[in-house]
Design a protein around this ligand. Structure first.
Ligand code: TYD
Length: 214
């Protein structure tokens, strides 16, 4: 019986998670693990098309949430579930916590509706009835919205979410904090307001503590 590992990376825009996705992939590969690196929204041809719509077009919050979950369903079935079944380490740049944080807390969309969609979308054949596919570990890169905004400024043309206010990102961060409080065992909070090497050390420690990296 092979055991895959599912790790998601979360945080507000500008928190600096993405470089650590690649570095962690390299660390696992160095220990002869097969790694699938992917992202949300996206990760399949269909979900990447949905990504470009949802990151660029204006739409109401329900449409936005439905597109996020539609992309997720395709991504789960086409990429994540097959990779976990092969025994891969799956490193996913954002997953459902982002929907709760951005669409739920950021936009103010109904959290109970999101929880309903979560349970529909993350019910998968590999798991017993009543169990949802969730990451084994979520690394939450926590950074003050003001600092993240300074990091993003001038980096490149901002997309729909990156153009949001500091207030919006304060709500998004509160959303992540709430998700972590509800499922503490799954989360590791990474203090992202440190030099890159120190952040990386914390990332590796979180994975090592769980016995997943030597
Ligand atoms: P991001 O992960 O930051 O990628 P990049 O670094 O290439 O910009 O971009 C994804 C954006 O989508 C980000 O602003 C958060 C948003 N998002 C949601 O609002 N809800 C979701 O469920 C997901 C997965 C992402």
């Amino acid at each position: 019986m092979k055991h895959g590992l599912f790790i998601s990376f979360e945080g507000i825009d500008g928190a600096g998670k993405s470089s650590h996705v690649q570095a962690l992939a390299d660390a696992f590969r160095a220990q002869r693990r097969s790694v699938t690196v992917t992202r949300e929204p996206g990760g399949t041809p269909l979900a990447e098309q949905l990504r470009s719509l949802v990151l660029n077009a204006a739409m109401d919050p329900l449409t936005e949430a439905l597109l996020m979950f539609a992309a997720r369903r395709d991504h789960l079935f086409e990429v994540i579930e097959p990779a976990l079944a092969r025994g891969d380490v799956v490193l996913c740049d954002r997953f459902t916590d982002a929907t709760f944080a951005y669409q739920g807390h950021g936009r103010g969309f109904d959290l109970a509706v999101l929880a309903g969609l979560e349970s529909w979308v993350q019910t998968v054949p590999a798991l017993p009835a009543g169990t949802l596919r969730q990451p084994d570990l979520t690394l939450w890169f926590d950074l003050a919205p003001e600092v993240a905004a300074r990091r993003l400024a001038g980096a490149r043309a901002p997309d729909k979410f990156e153009s949001e206010s500091v207030e919006f990102f304060r709500r998004v961060a509160a959303g992540y904090a709430q998700r972590m409080a509800a499922q503490p065992a799954r989360f590791e909070r990474i203090h992202a307001d440190q030099p890159l090497e120190a952040v990386w050390t914390d990332v590796v420690d979180a994975v090592r503590q769980r016995g997943w990296l030597a």
